[in-house]
Structure formats: structure tokens, C-alpha cells
Design a protein around this ligand. Sequence first.
Ligand code: MTE
Ligand code: MO
Length: 400
Amino acid sequence: MTDSRLSRRMLLAGAGGAAIAAPVLAQKLIDLHLPGGPSLRPLEPAFPGKGEVIVQRVRPPLLETPMSVFREGTITPNDRFFVRWNWDLPTEVKAADHRVAVGGAVKQAVSLTLDEVAAAGEHVDVVAINQCAGNGRGLSEPRVTGTQWGNGAMGCAKWTGVRLRDVLAKAGGTAPWAKRVRFAGLDVPLTDGAPQFIKSIPMDIAMRDDVLVAWGMNDEPLSLLHGFPLRIVVPGWFSTYWVKMLSTIEVLSDEEDPAHYMADTYRFPAAPVKPGDKDFPTVPITTMPPRAFITSHADGEAVARGEPLTLKGIAMGGDAALAKVDLVGAGLELPCELGPDEGPYAFRRWQVTIPAVTQDLAGIGVRAANAKGAVQPEVLVWNPSGYARNVIERITLRAL
Ligand SMILES: Nc1nc2c(c(=O)[nH]1)N[C@H]1C(S)=C(S)[C@@H](COP(=O)(O)O)O[C@H]1N2
Ligand SMILES: [Mo]
């Protein structure tokens, strides 16, 4: 894609219509099988700018991808991709007026147009999973507060952009004492004095080859919902760091970032806690652990007794390549065959055949392990915000 075509497409998208939906009256409901609370959600066939998605909240939008979307392929279509905004988003962003301020511990603060960002360096494609740190939170037992997501707050796309480090170079590079790089977007807080959505990553992560300031999502310009015109992409890290509608890049001189969404939320207990525990030390949510899902069959489905059964699904390594996937449970432990490798941060398909189903398959699941040796745990690592769920997901199939 040439730069001028890129800019033209950016401008076209920027002139586009409203991203914010009028409240929808969904005809259909979907059961997310959330324990301990209301489990039905509207399945909206045509949320503005989207295809069929689960509406968790209209404004600010929280849209979930139905698990059926993950049945085929490894790339999540843009119109089915989950959406999460902490605060509201502007209904229009004019590409021609948009600037990205790059400042803080840099040689010379600059304000860059979209063309300047696009010309900052080589254009890079990365296939990577964007997963909310709270994905699967609604499945926590006991229940925790926050968006009651099923497992559909994740998706995999091809992201196109320039390297963040090339954008930092436009400001003459960072100071030798620079410690972190901080991002903010055009979010519109809904109440006075509400904290701004600001996130930051350590310098060594910011300098990685595959950390991008991206404008492309599956060969289309980012939609407003996904952060038009630019967003940060940090492969292997939870998407809380993937700041959308990027308007500010600030290089910090301190190791610790006091911003609300760094210091107070999106944190995980430093050591295991029990429901009710208080005042325990926490660490920021950062990298993703491995996960795997059965997509060919749903919990409770009937399968043919005495016949072979092929199960299929998707898996991810998290912050390292997927190493293996095993089918476990109901007295089985079978290695799964892995599909094509689309890069360490992408979904990868798996499949396995049980030679003959002799009984109900109670509590079967798939267990992913990654190249760093992380393996999905048997038991949920419960935490009060339901972050980083990666317990083995189990279903029961009835033999008929
Ligand atoms: N500007 C901005 N960027 C943001 C957020 C936000 O509230 N504002 N939410 C983050 C969180 S918590 C998630 S899970 C992802 C969701 O990305 P998506 O909507 O493109 O799927 O965006 C991240 N980037
Ligand atoms: Mo998130």
C-alpha cells in the first residue's frame, strides 16, 4: 500500500458515520453460561458498524464476539471483533486534523500528522491476538465485579503500522534515562474529574521490532470503534495497553507510572489470594498466558456412541509461541494436531480424534502450553478482578 493511498483511505474512514449506537432492541438472546448471575445477553445482528455481536453495554460500547465466530479460521473478521471502551469515544475523528504529540524524555517534542507517522519507518504487518485482560471474567466463581465477559473478548487480526521506535525517532530519540512510554487517546470521560485512560509500557518493550503504531486491521483502516486513526499494538500483551485513537506519546523518566489505569486498576495479586482478602500487594497485568478452546462442539451437545469423534478448536501461546495442545479429562490424554503456524502471537488451530466414544465425555478440555513452558492450570487462579483467566475450559458431551 503506498503512502498516498493509505492517507486517502484514512481520510475516507475519518469522514465516516457515527460509531455510537442508538440503544438496540435485540430480537435474539444468547446464553453465555455465566455462573452465579444473569447469563443472557442481546445478540444484536447489526450493531452500527458491526455484524452480529453480543451487546454487553451500548455506551461506552462493550461488544463481545460469539464463540461460533472462532469455529473457522484464525483471523477474526473486523465486523465480529469484540469492542471495549472504558470511556466514551468521539463520533467523528478528522484524519486531516489528527496529530500525535510525542514528548517527555525525548530530544525534541513533535506533533505528527498521520502522513508523518506513516512515513516514520518501514510498514510492518503483525498477526496478533488482541485479548482483554478481563476476558472470561464472567465465568469466575465466586463472581467478581467488572464486565461479565464470556470468552469472546478476544480476537486475532493482521495489524499494519510503523514501529513505535521509529515514531519515537521522529522526536530525535529518547533520553538515556527514559524508563517507560506512555499513551493516551481521544477518549471522552463521562463524568467530571474522571481519570483519563492512560497506559504505559517499559522501554525495552516499546523498542521491540513488533510493537506498532498501527492504522490497519485486516487490510482495512481501523474503524472508530477499534481506534481510528491509530492504535498501539503490543503482541503478547493484554490489550489494555493497545491504546486506541492514539493522540499522545509521552516518554517517562520513572520506573513507576502513577496514572490511575496503571497504579490502581489492571493489577493482579502478586501472590495467590482468596475471596475476601484485602490489602495484598499487586503487580500490573502485562503478558498473556496460553489458552485453548474447543470450538467444534458446545457444552451439553450429543455425540454418537461407538463412533470416532473429531474435536477442533483454537489455541494461543500468549506471550510466546504455542508449543502443544492436549485433550484432557474423562480419562483421556491425547496430543492434538496443530494447524498452520501464522506467527507466535496468532491463534493456531488444533484438532484431535477420539478413536471411539464409549461413554459420556464429562469435563473434557484442551490444555495449551507455550514455548516458555507456561501450561494452562487445572484450577482457576481466582482474583478479585477476574483478570488473565486461563484455567482449562471444560465441556461435557453426551454419548447417545
Ligand atoms: N483509547 C482507548 N484505548 C483502549 C481502551 C480505552 O478504553 N480507550 N481500552 C483498552 C482495552 S481495556 C481493551 S480490552 C482494548 C479493546 O480493543 P478493541 O476494542 O479494539 O477490541 O482496547 C484498549 N485500548
Ligand atoms: Mo480490556
